[in-house]
Ligand binder design. Sequence first.
Ligand code: Q9C
Ligand code: ZN
Length: 345
Amino acid sequence: MKTVFNGRHGLHAATHEFFRGRLVPAFEIPARADFVLNALRERPLGELLAPVDHGMAPLERVHAPAYLRFLQGAWDEWQQLGGEGDAFPAVWPVRTLRSDVEPRSFAARMGLYSMDSGTPLTSGSWEAAYWGAQSALTALDQVLAGERGAYCLTRPPGHHAGADFFGGYCFVNNAAVAAQAARDAGLARVAILDVDYHHGNGTQAIFYERADVFFASIHGDPQTEYPFFLGHADEQGAGAGLGFNANFPLPVGVDNERWFDALEQALGRLQAFDPQLLVVSLGVDTYGGDPISHFKLDRPEFARLGERLARLGWPTLFLQEGGYATEAIGWNVHAVLQGFAQAAR
Ligand code: Q9C
Ligand code: ZN
């Protein structure tokens, strides 16, 4: 299986993030991708490719143009404001505040276009995220050209980013961009399976009223886990999309068999949908050793996940999302991909 590697991921390099009242070292760091790359170099699963530039149009199919313009100019505006260190929002337009007026103040616009204070925006965030989306599109091209599977190794991740906001370490929603591009390439039905520990609120919201892209997610219960305000089991889609969204929230500390039960339920829904492409939001923060998550998957379970997905028989695009046990994520991701590659033969 080929990997498309976003060689510019390191341009997004946060030093700190807010956590419970203090600045702590950032969790979502460049070394994460380096460890995956090292594992794939040590035990190669296929060719390593560089991204091909598909331009802005595929991003604009998913994200609001005004939001993309905001991201592109954000670092310069933060500098003009006298910002020191990474950029963080300060005010959010919740409920009785207006979000229909775009303020001229950059500090205010940062709140308009974000959902949390845990996502540092740095000098190279836009460039890294832009090339991440291009990497996802390039990996999609491989699958559309007939490859059984492809993997996009990139950061920052994408699944928390909505049509017009960033958050949860995410800026551009790579899974949504790839799924939409697949639809635009003529595939009638695309399924997205999100196995990151956190609910993919951005991806869900982007496709919530659509019947052509099915979103299924297994994640920590939002009653106690980020992103808190989406990801409940009663979110089943709306309008034309009713019945095309399925959430499987699981309690903290859940054992692995229950995780795989939820996987079977999610896959049952996807099988009924009969997709022509499976996009996997591959977060490995479900790992027992993850510092910010509370599931217990380990190397054998990651291999089992890859094998199970291969048995579905669908063209499959893996996109890197979370995973913060930095030194372990290389082999955790490798296990999923190798499990898939072996069973797909
Ligand atoms: N400082 C993804 O896995 N903050 N995003 C958690 C720990 C938000 C995770 C608190 C976690 C977002 C793509
Ligand atoms: Zn996550």
